[in-house]
Design a protein around this ligand. Structure first.
Ligand code: DOR
Ligand code: ZN
Length: 414
């Protein structure tokens, strides 16, 4: 059980607990929390730690044995999270993937890039009904709907959306940027009247932040979008609340930190993998998503942002199911499916930088705070258990390959 780790210097803070021989011990409030919470001393951890094993060492400064926590956290209980960026599709695909999200999340912001897209409040109402009908018996889930912005969206539609109780944002896809974005916006300047209305009624705008220009390298498309479009846009609409979705670069992190009324979602794939994952031993289409995975330095910047405790960065999986055959094709679709194990993936990422104590706020607090919705009250638990991500889950005619299929995970939701 014991993991070889440097033993903290106990001379200043000797600790002898009468129960230590039982090898079971409540650690709430003692300095051992230092070890429990990712090697940071946190006097008030957000969740009471559970029982831990410990080993005994001789403390040279004192004539007694002392107990040292030498084990990482075994359980993590946090407020039930929400997914602030999710693709559910429709029909049989919706029925196949929704139960995974419902198991982990209380609510999700539902992407409108269906075929045809969700362009009006009426479209969103019908789509919402189909989602509600697909929720497994006896389970709770609240879909938060979005509208798909086109060159022809009217300011009146924004006013109607604002009046509807379930539309929470409008999604901007640059035409041709990604899956089902053909009806997206051809020029951001064409929508200024709509943005004006959104700013006026305080309707958040969700950005797929990439340019589509052929002369811009795929790996630079987010950075160039920020420079060419987002910075001028924010100057025109300083009070319009914006989420820069699925950020992938240190440039995006820097921009979000520097600007007002803008937040960002971060996916598990961009926290866990860099672009080498796309090419390891061959072409790995299941790691292909848009914006594409970037260099390691960008992954590090995202990890830093996600675990910084800054409320501008919150969870959005961008879980985007595509059949195995549509991924493993000469023109494979963009999208990683992570709804199966999203929280476990985030836990791995946060633990890798010893920041599990920051997971709850990232996953469960900052999203609702941005959207001005109440935080959830229910709680969920992850336990330290080794398991393997399945190679495939049933989906349509050819199955669905989850992110990191076949890889070992060390956290599991119970
Ligand atoms: O990888 C992606 N897949 N990025 C997107 O922006 C869309 C998504 C999808 O709908 O498949
Ligand atoms: Zn998406």
């Amino acid at each position: 059980m014991a993991i070889a780790r440097p033993i903290p210097d106990l001379n200043d803070r000797p600790y002898f607990h009468p129960d230590f021989l039982t090898h079971r011990w409540e650690v709430w409030g003692v300095w051992g929390v230092w070890e429990v919470w990712g090697e940071r001393f946190l006097p008030h951890p957000p969740t009471p730690p559970t029982l831990l094993d410990f080993s005994l060492v001789r403390n040279p400064g004192h004539k007694a044995f002392v107990a040292v926590y030498n084990q990482r956290m075994q359980k993590l209980t946090i407020t039930r999270p929400d997914d602030w960026h999710l693709h559910l599709r429709d029909g049989a695909a919706l029925k196949a993937v929704l139960p995974f999200t419902v198991r982990q999340f209380a609510r999700a912001i539902i992407m409108p890039n269906l075929k045809p897209p969700i362009r009006s409040v009426a479209d969103a109402a019908c789509y919402r009904d189909r989602i509600l009908a697909a929720i497994p018996e006896g389970q709770q889930f609240e879909p938060l709907m979005t509208l798909y912005l086109t060159d022809n969206t009217s300011p009146d539609e924004i006013l109607r959306a604002k009046e509807s109780p379930f539309i929470k944002a409008v999604k901007y896809y640059p035409a041709g940027a990604t899956t089902n974005s053909d009806s997206g916006v051809t020029d951001i300047l064409k929508c200024d009247r709509v943005f004006e209305a959104m700013q006026q009624v305080d309707m958040p705008l969700l950005l797929h932040g990439e340019v589509t220009d052929n002369d811009v390298d795929t790996f630079d498309r987010e950075k160039v979008f920020i420079e060419r479009h987002l910075i001028p846009f924010k100057q025109r609409f300083p009070n319009l609340r914006v989420v820069l979705e699925h950020i992938t670069t240190s440039d995006a992190v820097q921009y979000v930190l520097s600007a007002n009324t803008i937040a960002a979602t971060i996916t598990p794939q961009h926290l866990l993998f860099n672009r080498n994952a796309l090419f390891k031993g061959g072409l790995r289409t299941h790691f292909y998503c848009l914006p594409i995975l970037k260099r390691e330095e960008h992954r590090q910047a995202l990890l830093q942002a996600a675990t910084s405790g800054n409320p501008k960065f919150f969870l959005g999986t961008d879980s985007a199911p595509h059949t195995r055959t549509s991924k493993e094709s000469s023109c494979g679709c963009a999208g990683c499916f992570s709804a199966l194990h999203a929280l476990e993936l985030y836990a791995e990422a946060f633990e890798s930088v010893k920041a599990l104590d920051k997971l709850e706020a990232f996953a469960s607090f900052y999203g609702p705070d941005f959207y001005q919705l109440p935080r959830n009250t229910e709680r969920i638990t992850l336990s330290k258990t080794t398991w393997r991500v399945p190679d495939e889950v049933p989906f349509m005619e050819s199955g669905l390959v989850p992110l990191g299929a076949g890889q070992e995970m060390t956290w599991q939701m119970v």
